[in-house]
Design a binder for this molecule. Structure first.
Ligand SMILES: Cc1ncc(COP(=O)(O)O)c(C=O)c1O
Length: 394
C-alpha cells in the first residue's frame, strides 16, 4: 500500500527554515517563518500566558473530555474579543479548533457540505495553506486580484472587478486584518464596498483573522470583521490565537458560523460539533483555557493587551526605521509602502532572482515571493537589510 503514496509538495516556508538553520554564517537574518520574534530573536511566552498557565495548573482538577465544541468560556471570550457586540450572541455558532488552520479547514468542509458546487474566491496572493487545503478538499478556487505589484498597495479596482464574476453561493475569503503575505489592507470604505457586492450578488463571506492586535490595535483590527459580520446575511469567521497570544504550538483557534436568522443557530452549532467529531473529536483545551483565563481576568487581560501593544508598536517602529533607511540609501520614496503596510509581513515586490541573491550574498532569508517577516528584524539588522536591498538592486 505505502508504495502507492506520492511525494507531496514540501511547504516552502518550512523548507526555508531548514535552509536557514543549515546556513553556517553568523550574520544571517531569518525573515521567513511567520512567528513573532523580539529584538533578541526570541519568540517569548507572554507574561499573561505564563501566569494563566500557572493558574490553570493549580486550579485544574480533571483532564476529562470537555465538549465537542470546546469550553464555552473560550468561545464566549473570543466572540467578544473579535466581534464585540456587533452581532447578537444568539446568532453565532462557534467551536474551538486546533489553531486557525483547523478553523479554516472546518470552514471549508462546512461549505463543501452545504454547497458542493460553491467556488471559493481567494486573494492573489493569499496564505499558501488556503490554496493547499482547498486543493486537498477538491474545492474549486478562483483567484481575485488583490496586490498591485507597482504600488505595493491593494488593487481595489481589480479586486472588485474579479469579485463581480462570482455566482450566488460562492464564498469570498477575506483576511480580516494584516493580510498575509502582502501586508496591504483595505480601508473601511473599501470593506463596505466589498460587503455591498457580497449582498448584491448573494455571496458568502468568510473572514480569516489571524493577527488581531498586530496591525492598528485590538479593536481597530477587528473593525472590518465586525462590519462584515453585522452586514451580511451569513458568514464564516476563522480565528487564530497563535500570534496574538503567542500560543503557536498549543493549537488554539475558533470557527464561527453566523446567521442573521437566529433560528439557524442550532443547526449551525450542531454542524460545527459534527465536523469536529469527524476530524479530531475534541479540540485541544490547554491553549483555549489559557486564553479564556486571560480574557476573563481584568488584570491578566490588561497585562496581555499591554504586552501585545508593545509587540505591535515594535513592529511599527521597525517598519518606519526600514522605510527611512531605504529612503536614505536609495534616495527614493519607493519603499515608503513598508511603513504603510500592517501586520507581521510585507511583500517588497522583488523578483525571485533578487530574493535568491539576498540569500546567497547576504544571508538574508525571505520567502521566494519576497514576503518578509518584519518581526525577524531588530534595530541593528534593519540597516544591514536596507543596504543589502539597495546592493542587490531591488
Ligand atoms: C492568514 C492565516 N490564517 C491562518 C493561520 C493559522 O495559524 P495557526 O493554525 O497557527 O493558528 C495563519 C498562520 O500563519 C495565517 O497567516
Amino acid at each position: 500500500m505505502f508504495e502507492n503514496l506520492k511525494a507531496q509538495p514540501t511547504d516552502k516556508i518550512l523548507e526555508l527554515m531548514k535552509l536557514f538553520a543549515d546556513d553556517p554564517r553568523d550574520q544571517k537574518i531569518d525573515l521567513g517563518v511567520g512567528v513573532y520574534k523580539n529584538a533578541e530573536g526570541v519568540t517569548p511566552v507572554m507574561r499573561a500566558v505564563k501566569a494563566a498557565e500557572q493558574r490553570v495548573w493549580e486550579d485544574q482538577t480533571t483532564k476529562a473530555y470537555t465538549s465537542l465544541i470546546g469550553d464555552p468560556a473560550f468561545s464566549d471570550a473570543m466572540i467578544s474579543l473579535i466581534l464585540g457586540d456587533a452581532v447578537p450572541r444568539a446568532n453565532i455558532a462557534a467551536a474551538a479548533t486546533p489553531g486557525g488552520t483547523g478553523a479554516v479547514r472546518q470552514a471549508f468542509e462546512l461549505v463543501r457540505m452545504a454547497n458542493p458546487s460553491a467556488r471559493v474566491y481567494v486573494s492573489n496572493p493569499t496564505w499558501p495553506n488556503h490554496l493547499s487545503i482547498l486543493k486537498y478538499l477538491g474545492m474549486e478556487t478562483v483567484a481575485y486580484r488583490y496586490f498591485d505589484e507597482e504600488t505595493r498597495a491593494v488593487d481595489f479596482g481589480g479586486m472588485i472587478e474579479d469579485l463581480a464574476t462570482a455566482n450566488a453561493g460562492d464564498v469570498i475569503l477575506l483576511h480580516g486584518c494584516c493580510h498575509n503575505p502582502t501586508g496591504a489592507n483595505l480601508n473601511l470604505v473599501e470593506w463596505q464596498a466589498v460587503i455591498d457586492l457580497i449582498n448584491e450578488r448573494g455571496l458568502i463571506a468568510m473572514v480569516d483573522i489571524a493577527y488581531q492586535g498586530f496591525g492598528d490595535g485590538l479593536d481597530e483590527d477587528a473593525a472590518a470583521t465586525r462590519l462584515v459580520a453585522s452586514n451580511v446575511s451569513e458568514c464564516l469567521i476563522a480565528a487564530s490565537c497563535s500570534k496574538n497570544f503567542g500560543v503557536y504550538r498549543e493549537r488554539t483557534g475558533l470557527l464561527m458560523a453566523i446567521s442573521q436568522e437566529t433560528s439557524q443557530q442550532g443547526l449551525n452549532q450542531g454542524t460545527l460539533a459534527f465536523l469536529n467529531r469527524q476530524n479530531f473529536s475534541f479540540p485541544p483545551d490547554h491553549g483555549a483555557r489559557v486564553v479564556s483565563t486571560i480574557l476573563n481576568d481584568q488584570a491578566l487581560r490588561a497585562d496581555w493587551a499591554a504586552e501585545l501593544e508593545d509587540v505591535r508598536l515594535s513592529m511599527l517602529g521597525l517598519r518606519q526605521q526600514l522605510a527611512d533607511e531605504l529612503q536614505k540609501r536609495s534616495g527614493s520614496d519607493r519603499f515608503a509602502f513598508i511603513a504603510q503596510h500592517r501586520g507581521m509581513f510585507s511583500r517588497i515586490g522583488a523578483a525571485p532572482e533578487l530574493v535568491m541573491k539576498l540569500r546567497q550574498e547576504h544571508g538574508i532569508y525571505m520567502v521566494g515571493d519576497s514576503r518578509m517577516n518584519i518581526a525577524g528584524l531588530n534595530a541593528t539588522t534593519v540597516p544591514i537589510l536596507a543596504q543589502a536591498i539597495v546592493d542587490v538592486g531591488i
